[in-house]
Design a protein around this ligand. Structure first.
Ligand code: TXA
Ligand code: MG
Length: 378
């Protein structure tokens, strides 16, 4: 048994005593799972090589995948001088970006912090290379969750924190989810309730070209960020997993349930006879019987019954929302994927996201990585 699997993991409520207990572990270079408004993070001192090494080990995370550094809300006196404060603290570095880009970074911080936007900036002197996987840049974010903010305020170091799940698996949106994935591998989970957003932060990087690139869509939408910048974000291409070391943060085949998840070509009411045949084929390939379907909205009974009749079997149904509301869909997405995975069904299907606007872009990104397209039969 590796040292990482030697803990009896405790869950503590995110009250004064729980937050202080978490802080005590972190001050000793220990690690703990903490709530944020997006997903739970697995936190350790971002200035400490040892703490970062423990994070990588507990998650089985490959060393090429850098960690996001979480900072507290700044003291009131810092105000507009947030960037200078981060330089002085050794989190980011003053060089490596044109002045105009720093101006745009400052505008993004003003609007989105605290909140679900990570900004990739030149790495500061106190961030060890292990945290950034050797990159000269560091992803920085100021979480909005009150327990995370309160914890960060009482520490004199920032927190490196990837999502608190085993590498490649579904991100956790509750303390129970963290326990299911990392129980026995970490000493403590700070339970701050279910996460408000349900998908991770958006990640942007200011480029030397003067553009700002979206590395990962997330809970702050590309449209909102573009509005603040006065121009659309540059979109990063998706990179196949084999090439991942050159482009961390853009891994295909991530967020995966254990069972095969197939993305349907159309929303349920539009499925053709051909599509249903393809679904039957997918079901026949699985090692276990039974199938489950993830829908974005509650479809009326007729839609569900006709699909069940077409497939000749009952289905388990998981609905992200009543009416397709994107905020609700984002909040429920990872929870529903976990529930489907644990449902016993041998084959999982999901509807394609209805459009790419706003939060649906991030939802589609995560579902796209968790699934493969259902092949068309001819
Ligand atoms: O909402 C979130 O961002 C959550 C909560 C816990 O804050 N964190 C999170 O961390 O999603 P993680 O490690 O699961 O995903 C962070 C992604 C990684 O895939 C990594 O490649 C990318 O951010 N990243 C971090 N630093 C980077 C850098 N310097 N350059 C490019 N990508 C970076
Ligand atoms: Mg993650």
């Amino acid at each position: 048994m590796s040292p990482a699997s030697a803990f009896s993991t405790r869950v503590v409520a995110a009250d004064e005593a729980g937050i202080e207990e978490t802080a005590a572990i972190l001050r000793e270079d220990g690690i703990a799972a903490i709530p944020t408004e997006t997903v739970y993070g697995l936190a350790g001192n971002a200035f400490s090589f040892d703490a970062a090494a423990k994070i990588f080990e507990a998650k089985d995370r490959p060393s090429f995948d850098p960690l996001i550094v979480h900072i507290p809300p700044p003291p009131r006196a810092v105000g507009k001088r947030l960037i200078k404060w981060l330089w002085d603290w050794g989190v980011i570095h003053p060089h490596g970006l044109p002045v105009t880009q720093w101006g745009r970074v400052s505008a993004l911080m003003d609007v989105f912090w605290p909140g679900p936007l990570t900004i990739v900036l030149p790495r500061g002197d106190r961030i060890p290379e292990i945290v950034t996987a050797g990159l000269p840049s560091v992803g920085v974010r100021m979480p909005r969750h009150p327990a995370a903010a309160s914890l960060l305020r009482r520490l004199d170091f920032p927190l490196a924190a990837p999502s608190a799940n085993p590498f490649g698996r579904i991100s956790p949106t509750s303390a129970g989810d963290v326990m299911a994935g990392l129980g026995g591998r970490i000493p403590l989970i700070l339970d701050g309730g279910p996460c408000e957003a349900g998908v991770e932060s958006a990640i942007v990087q200011p480029l030397l070209t003067g553009r700002i690139r979206l590395l990962r869509p997330g809970a702050a939408t590309a449209e909102e960020i573009g509005r603040v910048l006065g121009e659309p974000l540059e979109l990063a291409p998706r990179i196949p997993v084999q090439e991942a070391p050159a482009a961390p943060g853009m891994l295909e085949n991530h967020y995966a349930p254990e069972r095969p998840l197939w993305m349907l070509p159309h929303a349920l009411p539009e499925l053709s006879g051909m599509d249903r045949r393809a679904m039957k084929w997918a079901i026949s390939q699985a090692q276990r019987s039974g199938a489950a379907v993830l829908a974005f909205r509650r479809h009326d009974g007729g839609v569900r019954e006709s699909l069940e009749a077409g497939l000749g079997m009952p289905l388990q149904w998981f609905e992200l929302s009543e009416d397709g509301d994107p905020v609700q869909c984002a909040r429920e997405l990872f929870k529903a994927l976990r529930a489907m995975d644990g449902s016993g069904a041998g084959t999982l299907f999901c509807e394609p996201p209805p459009g790419q606007a706003g939060l649906m872009y991030a939802i589609g990104d995560r579902l796209g990585r968790a699934s493969r397209p259902l092949p068309a039969l001819c």
